[in-house]
Design a protein around this ligand. Structure first.
Ligand code: SF4
Ligand code: FE
Length: 482
């Protein structure tokens, strides 16, 4: 059943039998927990957008794999236009939810696994690609959310997987049984894990000879025996548990990250897509990371739209919208945000077909995109903080606004531009706080730094892709140097 609605998606999540550890308690129906509920709504938005008149053409695409119309979040990109539309779709979701909507990791993982399994089969005569095609056609038809799980804990960063005191610090094949393998380990920082139906496990880095056990790519249902979820904290997260939504900042939507532990989880052969192929673990990581580095040129730009809009609103509410330095700062914020969008578009327009047939982003430009994402949202957030004013860090609570004793004082002393209500000014300040220093800053700032790899990882890729030989050759030719 392709193209679920948001409600159908939420019902499908509720039919799964999973529990999670949240703030020190085992929680049997985690989707109902106040910390989790906003993140579910954000993913549900990606389903509803495929039905909304204003966005459905962007979100729907006919998949050559399953021959049906599918949600673009499950699509294998067939052209540069598909890569561009992916970025536009992500900007739309970011702008409408103001947070990480969590569904991109599965799309990015699938596109990387699709082409890597093809290449592996070509070289080694294996049959991973057809397995993956069957698996992904099912994902598309069912319109599932798949969490691409790459980041291992990695233990002592100076040691290889086999040299760690605990071999589980890199997820590995622990045992081989008839019909499959048993995996053991963990994946950290898993975006949207509790809002997913499936986990697509990938190796965390290029493995070497002798590290075959750690070169595993496979799919696991989220409710598999032996999978344990420990919910990640976010700044000010317990505000989400408060009845009054004002202090949450983003009253409807939110992100989600989960530590995910695999304790002797059995994976049948038909769900294994690379097993011991050390020579392909590196290209799988590189491709997944590059797709996800492209993604940030869409989603973070959409969230940037929200922060810029909130900054312009608070300037108007404060009565300073016409001040020259405020207008300059808003111009600068837009300039920075559109620079990120330009990077996301550029690496998409320069994408190329892989031998498997799906399209891969331009690796150099995708890494340039992400390296800018590690910087520019911080500057946008700095400017938002500047324009919003110190009240951003000192505003009394919603409870004080609701308390009859203090309410008159808040209404009297927080009044600014008379064209705006005090409560609205508080809402906008809380949203800016959410994105610059609260729960939303996990997605907008910390993830911008470390998601899809930290800046050093992008620098390595830029060095590799920059083709310095050609540049030096051009100079030699210009100067007639032999
Ligand atoms: Fe998607 Fe962005 Fe969230 Fe990654 S950070 S899952 S690209 S919204
Ligand atoms: Fe991410």
């Amino acid at each position: 059943m392709a193209l679920k609605t948001g409600d159908q998606y939420l019902a499908s999540l509720d039919s799964l039998n999973i529990s999670a550890h949240i703030l020190g308690r085992k929680t049997e129906r985690p989707g109902e927990h106040g910390l989790v509920a906003p993140s579910r709504q954000a993913v549900a938005f990606t389903f509803d957008a495929a039905h909304a008149p204003e966005s459905k053409d962007l979100f729907r695409v006919v998949s050559p794999l399953c021959q049906e119309e599918v949600n673009r979040f499950t699509h294998l990109h067939q052209s540069q236009a598909d890569l561009v539309n992916k970025i536009k779709m992500q900007r739309h979701c970011g702008a409408m939810t103001g947070c990480c909507f969590q569904r991109c990791v599965g799309m990015d993982a699938a596109n990387a696994v699709y082409s890597t399994t093809f290449d592996c089969d070509q070289r080694h005569g294996t049959s991973y690609h057809s397995r993956f095609r069957d698996y992904w056609a099912w994902v598309q038809r069912e319109d599932l959310v798949v969490d691409g799980a790459m980041t291992d804990p990695k233990g002592d960063r100076g040691k290889r997987p086999k040299d760690q005191l605990d071999p589980d610090l890199f997820l590995r094949v622990k045992e081989r049984r008839a019909g499959g393998v048993v995996i053991s380990g963990a994946k950290l920082h898993q975006t949207g894990m509790l809002n997913s139906h499936e986990i697509l496990v990938m190796p965390t880095m290029a493995m070497r000879e002798g590290e075959q056990a750690w070169a595993i790519c496979c799919a696991v249902p989220v409710d598999s025996l032996g999978v344990r979820y420990i919910y990640g904290r976010q700044t000010s997260d317990t505000r989400k548990l408060e009845a009054d939504r004002l202090d949450v900042g983003n009253p409807v939507y939110g992100g989600q990250e989960v530590m995910t532990v695999f304790e002797d989880v059995f994976v049948p052969n038909e769900r294994i897509f690379l097993d011991g192929e050390v020579d392909f673990s590196g290209s799988l990581v590189e491709r997944f990371a590059s797709y996800h580095r492209q993604s940030y040129g869409g989603c973070k730009v959409g969230v940037g739209d929200v922060l810029i809009g909130a900054t312009a609103l608070i300037a108007a509410m404060n009565g300073v919208a016409k001040a020259g330095h405020i207008r300059e700062k808003l111009i600068e914020m837009n300039h920075l945000n559109e620079t990120l969008f330009a990077c996301g578009l550029a690496c998409s327009y320069q994408g190329q077909a892989t031998p498997a047939g799906n399209y891969l982003v331009d690796l150099l430009l995708a890494n340039v995109c992400k390296l800018n994402v590690t910087r520019l949202p911080y500057e946008i957030a700095r400017l938002a903080t500047d324009v919003a004013g110190g009240l951003l860090g000192t505003l009394p609570s919603a409870a004080d606004l609701n308390d009859p004793e203090t309410r008159p004082y808040l209404l009297k002393y927080l009044a600014a531009n008379p064209g705006h209500q005090v409560v609205d000014r508080m809402k906008v300040l809380r949203l800016i706080e959410n994105l610059t220093a609260g729960a939303g800053a996990v997605g907008y700032l910390i993830e911008s730094m470390h998601g899809a790899g930290p800046p050093a990882a992008q620098r390595i890729m830029i060095e590799r892709q920059a083709n310095m030989e050609a540049k030096m050759g051009a100079v030699k030719s210009l100067l007639s140097i032999a």
